[in-house]
Design a protein around this ligand. Structure first.
Ligand code: HEM
Length: 342
């Protein structure tokens, strides 16, 4: 792409400088501010990196890129290179044919029936987490939900085959990797600096340790011959349509690590914002409590959890107000045009 193209309104001058500098610490504030100034789509040229960025919250534009002309867009280098060097090649980092092949294979594990099998694990982990709660206790919501979401992902993936200390070690490693990755993405040219000081190699060594933990759980499951009906069993038993072969261990471990990363932080963000919003709306809280009380012991059935209700409206509204995964990106493979942009 070059400047002869017709881009959305450009953010330039002091606002551009502010965006680049302030965006390191508070990207959401900067991007929202730029949208207020420039509208639903804006353009920013990162001159030093020789890259053209379009930021958009225009739903038609987003639908065009993710759906109507998705073949012309791949996951950006941020996911497929920067993140992939820590996580390997799984659904979140893969592109093209490899992605489609993995997606077809794994999708069936997330059917309604399979998820229903996991509800009792989720209920057990949640009960355990809240057993020590006292009603007048002051807590940091995010810490509570981060650890709850991580434990739920760990137990739905591995059932009881993963020890408490391994869950804690995985959580620590994943948090550390995410911190290094966030720096690489937000601070221009930081990758080179972090590489020079050995920070990236250290994070890669840690990611290898996390994969070794996952591999050891996989080995344990195989040698026990037990079936636990969890996500690990689903991934072990999955067969590619064309060859009827299973995934290699390397692929399986990468997919498991990616499910950890993709599954816990988003959910922790969502839960924190849902409970924050409830705490700000006493009337809604009362109505919610009443609806939950009416469900009584039927609360944790899949019918109850998936039906349209005031509770599910609260969840959706809180996620609309505070998107738990507030940005995704794509890279154009060929020049393209949408409405009056080209
Ligand atoms: C409130 C909770 C969640 C939110 C808001 C959320 C959001 C997202 C978004 C926006 C993407 C698209 C990323 C992109 O295409 O660039 C994504 C992808 C993905 N998410 Fe989630 N997610 C949530 C929960 C989960 C959970 C619980 C899991 C797994 C246990 C999970 C696993 C994945 C995977 C594997 C991908 C990659 C899918 C693919 O490219 O085929 N997510 N998620």
């Amino acid at each position: 792409m070059s400047s002869e193209f017709n881009y959305p309104t450009e953010i330039k001058g002091t606002r551009k400088l502010y965006s680049l500098l302030r965006g390191i610490k508070d990207p959401l504030k900067v991007i929202s501010g730029n949208h207020k100034i420039a509208g639903d789509s804006y353009y920013l040229k990162a001159t030093l990196m020789d890259k053209n960025f379009i930021f958009s919250q225009d739903k038609e534009f987003i639908e065009y890129i993710l759906k109507q002309n998705h073949k012309n867009y791949s996951k950006s280098e941020i996911q497929s290179v920067t993140l992939a060097k820590y996580l390997g090649n799984g659904l979140l980092t893969n592109n093209g044919k490899d992605w489609l092949k993995q997606r077809r294979l794994i999708q069936s594990g997330f059917s309604k029936a399979k998820i229903t099998n996991l509800i009792s694990i989720m209920e057990e982990v949640t009960d355990h987490a809240f057993r020590s709660f006292k009603s007048d206790m002051e807590v940091d919501l995010y810490d509570v939900f981060h650890s709850l979401a991580f434990n739920i992902v760990a137990k739905t993936l591995f059932s009881s085959d993963i020890a408490e200390h391994e869950v804690k070690e995985l959580s620590k490693i994943i948090t550390e990797i995410q911190e290094v990755f966030a720096k690489e993405v937000r601070i221009p040219f930081s990758s080179e600096v972090l590489k020079f000081f050995g920070v990236i190699d250290k994070a890669i060594t840690k990611s290898k340790r996390s994969k070794a933990i996952i591999q050891s759980v996989l080995d344990k499951r195989r040698s026990s011959g037990e079936q636990k009906n969890d996500l690990l069993d689903m991934l072990i038993q999955a067969r590619y349509e064309d060859t009827q072969l299973p995934m290699s261990d390397e692929q399986l471990v990468d997919e498991m690590l990616i499910l950890f990363i993709a599954g816990h932080e988003t959910t922790a963000n969502a839960l924190s914002f849902i409970f924050f919003e409830i705490s700000q709306n006493p009337e809604a809280e009362e109505k919610l409590k009443k609806e939950i009380a009416e469900e009584s012991e039927m609360l944790f059935t899949s019918e109850s959890l998936m039906k349209k209700s005031f509770t599910s409206n609260i969840i959706k509204e809180a996620m609309r107000l505070h998107s738990p995964a507030w940005a995704i990106d794509r890279q154009a493979l060929e020049d393209d045009s949408f409405k009056h942009y080209s």
